[in-house]
Design a binder for this molecule. Structure first.
Ligand code: ATP
Ligand code: ATP
Ligand code: MG
Ligand code: MG
Ligand code: MG
Ligand code: MG
Length: 269
């Protein structure tokens, strides 16, 4: 193998290391999920089953890769924070992105029937993935604030849009026109004055997205396992001295300091 006259082609492969000592943010996003969600009749504006399936695939990925300290998801996307000291796959970019994207995608398909028992998959879904490096905690905080702000902006728009269609009897074209140029305050006002809906009382899952953290399992309940790890494809051997952890899905604010102050381990290594 190594000595064949063909082996020189290997030298065309270029190394693609990710700078050591920097935070990696791995983000994946469903490919053409506008179409995928139509084809599989997702409820609008938010299909709960689809969001829970995304959360579960993200939990599977965190179970598989202990270097992930935090995840945040909305719609068809998820972002994962990988600790800056990680030496995962020698920090090879393509290796990490392709393996993690592939694992998430197959977990999504693997668990599809649990969340969509009556909706057979019509075709194989796919996700794109990328890694962005950030030098410090400031950018990581701002990165996650950026994603959660996006969740809010999209959800407010989609909520008003679909309320106008589903309850207001407007066509999708009319609803687009009604919302054109409106600011947040006006959108809230449409919801409240016309439909008696107070946006701030809607399910936090939709308003805040899904934040997944690791939580220590208390000593006395170490025989129990979380839902996510029950059927996790692979379990690692863990040393007995290390406390076992499980992943937990939250729907909370991650823009203010409070979330981070209470969990300084997320950024500390
Ligand atoms: P691209 O391939 O560029 O990402 P896309 O069609 O996936 O294109 P996105 O901007 O990623 O576009 O948006 C994803 C779309 O998938 C949303 O706009 C929405 O229509 C749909 N979608 C994803 N998750 C859900 C959900 N849980 N409930 C309802 N619709 C969803
Ligand atoms: P890496 O993650 O670095 O790719 P790997 O264990 O997948 O590690 P490869 O060099 O890709 O290593 O080799 C794949 C191995 O999988 C083969 O050596 C063989 O043992 C096994 N394998 C793959 N396909 C088959 C097959 N069709 N029948 C039997 N064994 C197979
Ligand atoms: Mg996109
Ligand atoms: Mg998409
Ligand atoms: Mg998207
Ligand atoms: Mg292989």
């Amino acid at each position: 193998m190594a000595g064949s006259k063909y082996a020189y082609v290997r030298n065309f492969e270029l190394p693609d290391p990710l700078l050591q000592g920097t935070f990696m943010v791995f983000r994946l996003d469903g490919h053409s999920f506008h179409r995928f969600s139509d084809a599989h009749e997702f409820n609008k504006p938010n299909d709960l089953r689809a969001l829970q399936l995304m959360d579960h695939a993200a939990q599977d990925l965190m179970e598989q890769y202990p270097d992930i300290t935090l995840a945040f998801g909305e719609s068809d996307e998820f972002s994962f924070l990988i600790r800056k000291s990680a030496s995962l796959y020698n920090r090879r970019n393509a290796k990490i992105v392709s393996t993690l994207t592939s694992f998430f995608t197959s977990s999504y398909v693997f668990r599809w029937t649990t969340y969509f028992p009556d909706t057979p998959l019509k075709y194989p879904p796919s996700f794109d993935g990328r890694i962005v490096l950030y030098p410090s905690e400031r950018e990581i905080r701002d990165y996650f604030s950026w994603r959660q702000t996006d969740t809010h902006i999209n959800n407010l728009y989609n909520t008003v849009f679909w309320t106008l269609v589903q309850q207001g009897g407007e066509s999708t074209t009319q609803a687009h026109a009604t919302l054109k140029g409106t600011v947040s305050k006006e959108k809230n006002e449409i919801l409240f004055s016309r439909f008696n809906i107070n946006y701030n009382t809607l399910d936090p899952r939709f308003r805040k997205g899904s934040t997944i953290i690791r939580e220590e399992i208390p000593e006395d309940s170490q025989t129990e396992t979380s839902t996510a790890s029950d059927a996790a494809p692979a379990k690692h051997m863990r040393s007995r001295t290390k406390p076992r952890t499980r992943t937990v899905v939250l729907h909370c604010d991650i823009i203010k300091d409070e979330f981070w102050v209470a969990r300084n381990d997320i950024l500390s290594s």
